[in-house]
Write a protein that binds this ligand. Sequence first.
Ligand code: ZN
Length: 229
Amino acid sequence: MNVSSSLCSAFELSIVSANAPADECAICGQRTAESVSVKSLIKSATGNIPDTFRGRHACLPCATAFGESRLLTGSLLILHGEGLRPMVSKESALKEGRPCWRDLIFGMVLETSTIAVITSNTKRRLWTQAVVSTVGKTWRPLFVDGDTDRLLTVSIMRLRECLDLIEQVYALGFSKQVIAVSLWTGLAPKTLLVIGMERITQFESVLSAWRGTDEFILALFVAQKEATS
Ligand SMILES: [Zn+2]
């Protein structure tokens, strides 16, 4: 199964009809017996068209997924064949009846096959850059936020370790911006007094070893303050 056919089956999309001959798919590159012309796709959809197509015809699953310009934009996760639209904020996720990333990260079973798009961008069609990847030592979620726009390579165990650390620090009142750079940034005398120099020094020394890793980038993005699970 490739990305688009997994999406179609997980989100139970009805596959569009062909209107063009056999070709290589302009999105996923797979050889397809019948296709949909890219021209007709672009007409029916708006959004980031350039860079998506390398050719004139798309396979039916890619054409179908491409047409879902609302459902298949923003964060996505295919897990156990089910299509999920996770959120970062645990509170909002609870309200919407959707899962949140940090809970999923702690809950996902090793060796499970996934497709993951983790982003703050709710408008862009990002699945075309995503890959099928197994939860384990080299899990590969697509991550798009701020300056980062690429597939990460994370060890799920290390990711959990890093997330646990960041959430401990976050719960103490440090902002994500500060955790990203240094706990000493703009440190208020009151915080220093309450938490103590020794504890801050310890946390900062462990955090500094994580900064710059893909695990850190992702953990910081999904971390929640009230991490009760
Ligand atoms: Zn395709």
